[in-house]
Design a protein around this ligand. Structure first.
Ligand code: SF4
Length: 313
């Protein structure tokens, strides 16, 4: 399968500073607890330590979003489409998968039904119509009759000197020579520079894990933006992935320091516009709830720090 040259280059992803208050407390004792991180939680901490705290320690839920549910549905359809023989992977076949895949998602997460008002026929038709439009747009970017993914919704996990890295890869293609192309679908628009670093960081995270697992650096990382029909490609090399490795180690140290000190300071940015927790954020006039008992342990609990969601969009 031919691979195309890189068109996207990631600026450096910075780790926000976490002040180290010198306190005379012992580090939290985490017997038998494995340190683990997912790209989503790593990204949260890089964006804002307080956001990481809200999600991992306080476990504040994010507002349910019809767009996010539609993204999950589209990912599901694109995954299942490859169950069909190559010549059957048509727009019509993909569209026909939308309703049954939605029902399958509802079986696992019945609360998703609240996002689509089934009594409002026009709104429901519009919601499904938008999902189908995204799928149709994908057909203008890729030809599924010519693709045979090696893996779909691939769970990956590896150990990075005591830190477990884990996540889900939307699609993994292999060239006849065995070279890897990592593909991630995004149902939104291709990002500004501000968000591109975040998206590429996630892809480099997967590339690092795959390199560790398979001994080969993926040849291509490919982000497929269905919102505006754009593909961003990046060819990683060992130096870039070693930089990600160093960044992740430093990031985990910063998380441990924040857990020890309880210093989860906010980091205000344009990304606050998409934060569900502004009402509790000091940067926006709010007051966070008191840290719960055992906050340090909660901060490092791998069930939260490495929470992974298939089709995380
Ligand atoms: S509003 Fe901004 S600064 Fe506050 S928690 Fe959210 S991301 Fe952090």
């Amino acid at each position: 399968m031919p691979l195309v040259g890189a068109t996207g280059v990631s600026p450096a992803v910075s780790v926000p500073p976490v002040s180290v208050r010198r306190v005379s407390v012992a580090p939290p004792r985490v017997p038998c607890m494995v340190a683990a991180l997912s790209p989503s939680r790593a990204s949260d901490f890089m964006q804002c330590p307080l956001l990481y705290r809200f999600r991992v320690i306080d476990k504040l839920p994010s507002a349910p979003s019809p767009a996010a549910a539609r993204g999950t549905l589209v990912h599901s359809v694109l995954e299942r489409l490859f169950d069909l023989p190559a010549d059957g992977r048509t727009i019509e076949a993909a569209s026909a998968l939308v309703e049954p895949q939605w029902q399958a998602l509802l079986e696992g997460e019945p609360e998703l039904a609240d996002l689509v008002d089934a009594t409002d026929l026009a709104a429901t038709a519009s919601w499904f119509g938008d999902a189908i439009a995204l799928i149709e747009r994908w057909f203008t970017l890729e030809d599924p009759t010519r693709l045979e993914p090696a893996e779909r919704e691939l769970y990956v996990e590896t150990d990075l000197d005591g830190l477990t890295l884990r996540g889900y890869v939307d699609r993994l293609d292999l060239t006849p020579g065995g070279e890897m192309r990592v593909v991630d679908y995004k149902t939104g628009r291709s990002p500004s520079e501000l968000f591109e670093a975040k998206a590429l960081f996630q892809m480099k995270f997967y590339a690092l894990v795959l390199w560790r697992l398979r001994g080969e650096v993926p040849r291509m990382l490919q982000l497929v933006y269905l919102g505006n029909s754009e593909i961003v490609r990046y060819s990683p090399d060992e130096a870039a992935l070693l930089a990600v490795e160093r960044k992740l180690k430093a990031l985990w140290q910063a998380i441990e320091t924040a857990a020890m000190t309880g210093d989860w300071r906010p980091s205000k940015s344009k990304l606050c516009d998409w934060c569900d927790h502004r009402a509790l954020c000091p940067e926006w006039g709010g007051t966070p709830p008191p840290l719960p008992e055992g906050a340090a342990l909660l901060a490092l609990d791998p069930r939260a720090s490495a929470a992974v969601v298939p089709a995380d969009d």
